[in-house]
Design a protein around this ligand. Sequence first.
Ligand code: DX5
Ligand code: ZN
Length: 219
Amino acid sequence: MDKKYVAPSLLASDFANLQRDIEMVNQSEADWFHLDVMDGVFVPNISFGMPVIQAIAKHAKKPLDTHLMIVNPDQYIKTFADLGVNHLTVHYEACPHLHRTLQAIKAEGMKAGVAINPHNSVKLLEDTIQDIDIVIVMSVNPGFGGQSFIENTYQKVKDLKQLIQSKNANTLIEIDGGVNVDNAKKLIEAGADVLVAGSFVFKSENPTETIKDLKVEIA
Ligand code: DX5
Ligand code: ZN
């Protein structure tokens, strides 16, 4: 089986102890850092932006998987590249010129991702899938951590996997929202490659062990 990834979302970390939580992820079996950038316009919440990502990049020893929940992401592509972001994901719903946006992300040397909201079909990616390195299937409505997982995600993942195979694309499927040890395996079986987990990791008693549990579950 291909490699499977776990990406803890720092949105659920303790911002007053950010360095400690970053070190925990560095030392753990996690594969990537998932960073959620929210602008209060595309989603009804504001999280963190460039100065915080700059601080994270100073300590993080694993790829920075950055999920932009913002309008007009194009204007910040170069800034995120300069900060050391490795994967930059924009929302399908925020990009009227998605093909151009994807090329611009790649031109800056980053992997290009597209996230789709729960109400949108993966069919919308039919004509761009070959240009997409990562699709984030939102399994909650974006904007907040700690929400419950939307069950029809499994079917969406299966449909997306089929689309990727039919187009011979080389695209990873990432699931974001409400992921835990109870749905992890079923998501991987449906075709997922990457699992984001925020609250499930950081609100647990022993985050390092929780990451390990997720890795074992999907191995
Ligand atoms: C939601 C964010 C998620 C969030 C996941 O808008 O995109 O990455 O941090 O948090 P949990 O795992 O708590 O649902
Ligand atoms: Zn996210």
